[in-house]
Ligand binder design. Structure first.
Ligand SMILES: Cc1ncc(COP(=O)(O)O)c(C=O)c1O
Length: 373
């Protein structure tokens, strides 16, 4: 037997990613180009063209170690959003920054607060290193039950509290007033505001709250609106006192030249960002209208993100059978019962994407409904 620092590393759950086009093509015999990939919330317009050029330009630097604090990228992010570079930490996606935060601010056996359901990385990373996730149930219709969350965050043994805005998997937007209530009630507890999908809400997001709250860290990613999920780049902004411990815990050269150059260029690609947001907003309305005639399925209203929940209404189906039937039609979504702890057996999560893929989804759901008759 190998020695493990924590036995949970043997038994703990790994992350379940969205399925790939290649897997679905090989398993269901759908031509790979026809698979509608709506399970990973990627950018349907692809990467920022400015980022691709910058990444190509950075290739020639590959024999050199990168600056270990991602200085150029931190400086670009700080200048863009009006902070000091020493308030910014970069990671290989937000996911890596989340792991730094958990390791820096919550020890083994200590508690981490989050909604149920939520982005699974929060509780998987917490549990797999021996911390204790504490959940606040979302309400009917995925409202935030803010009084319950505020009461929970006041418990003296909560070390970190996660908020996702807009929330995943529901896409619901939390108000600034509610975020303020959580930060104020949290005291010394660190509040992590994960804004991976904030661009799609067409709001300014929570950076301005950093001026009011020294216990707040705001996270953003280059994987979604900027279209760089495969590059792996994300960042956190907070008071320097919260960022400094993360340097000590960070794998030293975590960000390579290409990640830094691509991400910095994407930050300034206003055109790609604007086209992406406008497509998502338009298609969110379009798919709502296309799904409105179904009786076996219902689009859960209220998403401000680039994904939404579909409730499986027909008792002859559950989320897993509906997920499997969509795969037969070459449509990949997320099975809520597999991807989100506590979501139960009646929800799928689908991305908002190109019109042709919204039509594929709507047509496949209509065909599944017809087959039940
Ligand atoms: C809510 C939320 N936060 C963070 C991330 C991670 O993004 P990244 O690609 O930056 O690691 C995701 C990815 O799907 C997400 O859904």
């Amino acid at each position: 037997m190998v020695y493990l620092s924590n036995p949970i590393l043997e038994t703990g759950e790994p992350y379940t990613p969205g399925l790939s086009r290649e897997y679905v093509a090989a398993t269901y015999g759908v031509p790979v180009g026809d698979v509608a990939k709506l399970g990973s919330a990627e950018n349907p317009l692809g990467p920022s063209p400015k980022a691709i050029l910058a990444i190509a330009g950075a290739l020639a630097l590959t024999e050199q170690y990168p600056n270990w604090t991602s200085e150029k990228l931190r400086t670009a992010i700080a200048a863009k959003y009006g902070f000091d570079p020493d308030q910014v930490v970069c990671g290989t996606g937000e996911t890596e920054v989340i792991s730094f935060i958990l390791r820096a601010f919550a020890g083994v056996g200590e508690k981490v607060l989050m909604y149920k359901p939520c982005f699974p990385i929060y509780h998987l990373f917490a549990e797999n290193e021996g911390r204790v996730p504490v959940f606040v149930e979302m309400g009917e219709g995925f409202d935030f039950r803010i009084d319950d969350y505020v009461a929970a965050v006041k418990a003296p043994d909560i070390r970190i509290a996660f908020l996702t805005n807009p929330h995943s998997p529901s896409g619901r937007l939390m108000s600034d007033a509610d975020i303020r209530k959580v930060c104020a009630a949290a005291g010394d507890t660190i509040v992590v505001l994960d804004e991976a999908y904030i661009h799609f809400t067409e709001t300014q997001g929570g950076f301005h709250l950093l001026k009011e709250f020294k216990n707040l860290i705001v996270l953003r990613t280059f994987s979604k609106a900027f279209g760089l999920a495969g590059l792996r780049a994300g960042f956190g902004i907070a008071a320097p006192e919260l960022i400094r411990p993360l340097w000590a815990i960070k794998p030293t050269w975590n960000m390579g030249h290409m990640q830094m150059a691509g991400a910095a260029a994407a930050l300034d690609d206003e055109d790609h960002l604007a086209r992406t947001i406008s497509l998502i907003v338009e298609m969110r309305g379009y798919i709502a209208q296309r799904l409105s005639g179904l009786t076996a399925f219902r689009m859960v209203p209220g998403s401000r993100s680039n994904f939404f929940l579909i409730e499986v209404l027909d008792p002859r189906l559950d989320s897993t059978s509906a997920f499997d039937k969509l795969l037969e039609h070459g449509v990949i979504v997320k099975d809520g019962s597999v991807s989100f702890l506590g979501l139960g057996k009646r929800f799928l999560r689908s991305d908002v994407g190109l019109k042709k893929n919204m039509d594929r989804l709507a047509d496949a759901l209509a065909a599944i409904e017809r087959d039940l008759a």
